[in-house]
Design a protein around this ligand. Structure first.
Ligand code: FE2
Length: 269
């Protein structure tokens, strides 16, 4: 069985719209283990005036104790899902306190915004000595409209992209699934995570997505995205762009061109 690291999961009870109580956290942990997940980065939403994440280590220590006494063998690390507004504010001490596993990656929530705002937020994060990981870009309308534009800012602004596993499985509808495939097949996805909130529709599961990626991109790319890069996030080492094995489909530039269209006046840029 493959062993996965889930770099985006709302597993801490009672801090955000994730599990409301410890029983739900335990059920999520058991589900994750059964799917091959060995490590979870706890990424609660940071919301100004409501939750600043400063007590995450204490909460995780309590969670580890309860998991251990329940026979659950999962490693837990601290992270956070940081709103773009906090990234734009650029408070270095605050943002560094929210980096994944105390390292150099910061999980940035993809708001319904514009490419320019994302680039600006990424720039602020980079000024703090951190690298932004964009959470679920496939769900944002500005990406769905012009996925090729995302490719332009990824390397220029040193942004990494994290797809939600359920998106590519079609759990959130056809548009999000289609965008997920475009991004993945164009080499724009560095990571996949569950972004789990419960044991329901948004569950801590990764193995089904791995199978899809093997079929769509080839095994080497699936391993980079779902096994190697998540470990690099924990270890704070450089993420790799997946080498795609799309057979005789198309090369990446050609594939992207198919989905590029002329911008219209209603495009947010
Ligand atoms: Fe999330």
């Amino acid at each position: 069985m493959l062993e996965f690291i889930d770099t985006h999961c709302h597993i801490i009870p009672g801090v955000d719209d994730g599990p409301p109580d410890m029983d739900t956290s335990l059920a999520m942990a058991r589900m994750a283990m059964a799917d091959g997940i060995t490590d979870i980065v706890a990424t609660p939403h940071i919301v100004e005036g409501y939750y600043d994440g400063s007590d995450r280590e204490q909460r995780l220590a309590q969670l580890r104790k309860i998991f251990t006494s329940a026979g659950i063998d999962l490693r837990l690390s601290a992270g956070a899902e940081v709103p773009m507004s906090a990234c734009l504010a650029g408070d270095k001490t605050f943002l560094k306190s929210l980096a994944i596993n105390g390292g150099k990656f910061l999980l940035m929530e993809t708001a319904e915004t514009t490419f320019d705002q994302v680039a600006q937020a990424a720039y602020r994060v980079r000024l703090c000595g951190l690298y932004p990981i964009l959470a679920h870009p496939e769900r944002a309308a500005f990406v769905q409209k012009r996925p090729g534009r995302l490719d332009e800012i990824l390397e220029r602004d040193q942004i990494y992209c994290q797809l939600t596993a359920a998106s590519i499985e079609g759990v959130f509808g056809k548009t999000i699934k289609k965008t997920s495939l475009i991004l993945a097949k164009s080499g724009m996805i560095h990571l996949v995570a569950s972004d789990a909130h419960s044991t329901g529709k948004r569950a801590p599961l990764l193995s089904a997505c791995y199978k899809i990626l093997v079929e769509e991109l080839g095994e080497a790319a699936a391993r980079t995205i779902m096994l190697q890069n998540p470990l690099r996030v924990l270890e704070s080492s450089k993420l790799e762009r997946p080498a795609l094995d799309t057979g005789d489909i198309l090369d990446r530039g050609h594939f992207l061109k198919l989905f590029r269209r002329k911008p219209s006046s209603d495009d947010a840029i």
